[in-house]
Design a protein around this ligand. Structure first.
Ligand SMILES: Nc1ncnc2c1ncn2[C@@H]1O[C@H](COP(=O)(O)OP(=O)(O)OP(=O)(O)O)[C@@H](O)[C@H]1O
Ligand SMILES: O=C(O)c1ccc[n+]([C@@H]2O[C@H](COP(=O)([O-])O)[C@@H](O)[C@H]2O)c1
Length: 207
């Protein structure tokens, strides 16, 4: 058994929304994590650069998201500091070297699953971490067809395991929110905590 269980929730967070927070809370509860770290990417490896807010701005929005969130949530800025494409394997190697003895679990929505085995140096990822998957709205757990997938509360802390988390049941995505914010900057697009929406407005983002 590892001494410390740390969940890692990576993303562009462009912008961060209630779906991210709900996913983090579900992970914390069901995996009995000691800590959950949000990791904003510098550049998401498989997405064309959507333009818009640079890393430091997305970081400020993430700080707003977590302002009112109760729990052992932290923001890990190592990908922003490293710059370039944010390969998860590099992040895990850096973390494992810095903090030996921790058990790492990647927290993700099921939209990541089809591409996961093609991630950069994927076999190494599964030597260093396990994965917890929450079905995105419209996806059924049965459709995920992941061999050996077990409920989150059965995670042993060993790398390589894959477990499922309950769905967030929040049909929210950053892309759709950016579209709604651009279409009507004065309307509340829904799915953003008030302090995140206020920061978006005061910084004139997504117009
Ligand atoms: N509503 C949600 N329910 C469950 N998981 C989510 C939800 N929104 C995002 N996630 C997960 O959070 C992680 C980070 O997501 P990301 O920053 O790419 O946001 P996104 O809303 O999926 O953005 P985009 O629309 O640009 O793809 C990913 O693993 C993603 O699957
Ligand atoms: O390492 C990879 O090859 C890789 C490929 C695609 C996505 N990821 C990670 O998955 C997380 C969500 O990515 P995205 O593109 O949906 O913002 C983020 O932490 C990325 O670094 C990682």
């Amino acid at each position: 058994m590892t001494s410390r269980r740390v969940g890692l929730l990576g993303g562009a967070f462009n912008p961060p929304h209630d779906g991210h927070l709900k996913l983090a809370r579900l992970a914390l509860e069901h995996l009995e994590l000691d800590e959950l770290r949000f990791i904003p990417t510098a550049l998401s490896p498989h997405k064309p650069d959507p333009g818009g807010p640079a890393g430091p701005v997305r970081l400020r929005l993430l700080e707003r998201l977590l302002e009112a969130a109760d729990g052992p949530f932290r923001i890990e800025t190592l990908e922003l500091a490293r710059g370039g494409r944010s390969y998860t394997v590099d992040t895990l190697e850096d973390l494992a070297a810095r903090e030996p003895g921790s058990g790492w679990i990647l927290i993700m929505g099921s939209d990541q699953l089809p591409g996961l085995s093609h991630w950069h140096r994927a076999p190494r990822i599964f030597q260093l971490a396990s994965v917890a998957i929450s079905p995105r709205p419209g996806t059924r757990l049965d459709d995920l067809a992941v061999p050996g997938l077990r409920p989150a509360d059965q995670w042993s802390g060993r790398p390589g395991e894959r477990v499922w988390l309950p769905p967030t049941d929040l049909d929210l995505a950053s892309t759709a929110l950016r579209g709604r914010l651009a279409a009507d900057p004065s309307a509340d697009p829904g799915g953003l905590p008030p302090q995140v929406l206020a920061a978006i407005r005061s910084e004139n983002l997504y117009r």
